[in-house]
Design a protein around this ligand. Sequence first.
Ligand SMILES: [Zn+2]
Ligand SMILES: [Zn+2]
Length: 459
Amino acid sequence: MKSTSDKATNPCAVFRSPPAAESSRGEQESLRSWIRRLAEFNHLALADVLKYYVLPIPGTGFALAFEGGATHLIDRGASLSRGIIEKLERVTLLAGLEDFTLQSLLAINGVAPIVASRYRKWCGICFNEDRHTEAGPFERLLWSINDVVVCPKHRFNLTSTCPSCGYSKIPALTVLEISGFCPKCRKWLGAESHENAEVPKDFHVWVAESFSQVLNHPDTHNLDASESIRRVLNEARNVFYDGNFSKFASDLGKNKSATHYWIHGLAMPQWNHLCEIAYALHISLLDLLCGRVHSLPPLSVQLMRTAIQARVATLSTIRKPFAPRRLDASGAIAAFSELRAGGHPHIISLAALSNYLKVDRSVLSKFISKHDPAFMEVLDDRLAALNKTKRDAHDTKLNEKILLIAHQFVKERESYTRRSAADKLRGEGLRLSYQEYPIAYRRIQECIAQILKQRPEQV
Ligand SMILES: [Zn+2]
Ligand SMILES: [Zn+2]
C-alpha cells in the first residue's frame, strides 16, 4: 500500500490512516479488519463509516452486506471489494488497498474462484501478541480463506467460537464491535491457555503455509495455472503410473471423471482439491500452480506410489469425522425423555441430536423408527415453534417499519410509488419475498390514509 501523498498528515484526507499492522509474509491484514481499525483510529462508529464512506451504494448496499450476511465478500477481491476500495481510496488518499484482499488469488486463471470464509476465525495467540503493538489486534487476510483453519505462525488451530460466551458463526464484520473483542459479550477473543490445545493436523498446517506462500507471491501475478496443472498431473501420471489413468485417479482419492476433466483442461479444480492433489504428490502448491514438474520428488515408482497412498489415507480421516455406528440404546432413550420434558432446547433436528449422542445420523434415524417412531414429532414441533418465533419477529419488525415509512412519506410530503416504498423497506434492512412487497405497499398506503385522516392539515 502506497500513499499518493503524505497520508498521515495530508489535510485533504477525510480520515487519518491507522498505524500499519505487521505485514511480514502471511501476516497481511484483511480489508474488513483495516476498515474496523480505521473507524476506531478516527473515533467514529463503524456503522457510520461503513454507511456513508465505505459501502459502494448507501442504503441498499448496506442492507445487502449486513442483513444478507455478505460481509465476508469484503475481503474476497471481487466487485464488492473493488467498490469499497474505490471509495476508501478517495477518503484516505491511499493507493494499493487491493493488497488487503484475496484479489491476487482470485486473478489466478485455471482454478475455481477462491472461497472466502463466511464466518470469522482467528488465532488467539496472534491476538495476544498484537496487544503489545501500536496497531493493536488485527485480523490476517489468510484467515479469510475458507480452506485455512490453522495459524501457520503458531501452528495453532484457528478459533471460531468466543471463549467467554460461546458465540460461534460470528459474521465477518458486524457494526458494533471492537478489534479483538467479541461482538456479543465484549470480552477478549485471545487464547487463554494453549498448553492443552489440540495439535493441528499436518495437512491443515501445510494448507495454511501453502496459501501464505502463494498469497502475494510475485510468481502468481496474473498467472494462468490451467496449463501448469495439466503439465504436473500428466507428468505424475506418466512417470509414476505409466499413463494408467484409473490407478492414478484412485490413488489420488479423486473421482475418475473429475481427474479426466482436469488433465484435459475441461474443468477447473477447486482450491481444496488442488491442495489435496499437491499434498498427495509431495509438491508445493506454488510449484503446482507454476507447473514446475522438476519439483516432483525423485522417487522410484513404487516409493512414490506408497508415499501418495500414505498421504491420501490421512486425508480421508480428516474429511470424514469419526461417527460411531453403534448406538448406546439406554442413553438414547434417556435423551428422548429429556427432550420430551423440554430439556436441551438447542436440539431441534436429527443432525443436532446425532451430534449430541455422538452417533451416525442414519443409525439414529433407524433406531427411532424402530423403537420410538412418535419421537420424530417432538423434533418437528420444536422446528415448527422456532420457525413461528422467527416469523413473528419478522412480522413485528415489518409492522414497525411500515408505520415508520408511512410517517416518513407524510412528513416529507413526497409522492410515493411502489418503487420508492420498496427502496425504503430495503433501506431499513428488511428482506422481503416478492409476494410480500405488494402487500407491504398496500399497508403503507392504508397507514398513510389513516395518518392523513387524523391530521387533515397535512394534505
Ligand atoms: Zn497465530
Ligand atoms: Zn463472547
